[in-house]
Design a protein around this ligand. Sequence first.
Ligand code: IPE
Ligand code: IPE
Ligand code: MG
Length: 248
Amino acid sequence: MSFKQKLNKELIPSHIAIIMDGNGRWAAKHGNARIFGHEHGVESVRSVVEGAGEVGVKYLTLYAFSTENWARPKEEVNALMALLIHAIEEETEKLNKNNVRLGVIGDTNQLPTEVREKLFRCIDNLSPNTGLTLTLALSYSSKWEIIEAIKNLAEDVKEGNIQPKNINKELFDNYLSTRDMPDPELLIRTSGEYRISNFLLWQIAYSELCFVEKLWPDFRKEDLFEAIYEFQGRERRFGKTSEQIEAN
Ligand code: IPE
Ligand code: IPE
Ligand code: MG
């Protein structure tokens, strides 16, 4: 039986976040330049977006480029930006057919103008869709996001719109770029690295973490289903005891 068939339809995470890692190593394994791996990663994105839609995931957030990634060699950054433009142009129609909405989180002002324009046009075009919400984390880092949130919150306090004593988790959530989504129940990282690399630090406070050995360009929807299957076998206790959870 495939992992997809084994899934409990009542227990599909509503939000899955993925750190898509290992493109460079995949390219090296195939005797090619790093960008070759990034290009092949697009096929994995396609497959995973499709798979997420098939099993009823509502939100899929993909870490595509971190603020730290700007420090990579200029040729790689430029090639990644060109690939992004190409992928947006190529994929919009398919995304639309699959009823996918697109969003972006991150410091998009840092992106080249052409990327930004194409991206926001694509987001606009797909905005009437009602299926999966695909969010790209681009020029994103969690510490950047949290600092931005604090700046905006401080402004609102200064203006007298908010009393410091009224600041709580829910209010802070509303200052983050993920304000319109639930926190991810499941976070997946590929390529056998066991770290978070500045991704959604606040939002993953209680996410289940799934680290897989496969490099991103080898990852397909069946691997996503396997991760969801593993997720469904976990006991999420949120600080309570096992006995309390079972009694419920
Ligand atoms: C992930 O793959 C894609 C980006 C970070 C843009 P990497 O490029 O980090 O590949 P590895 O980790 O070096 O193999
Ligand atoms: C994390 O991957 C960022 C993305 C997947 C976009 P990195 O390859 O940049 O992370 P580190 O540097 O190995 O932690
Ligand atoms: Mg990497």
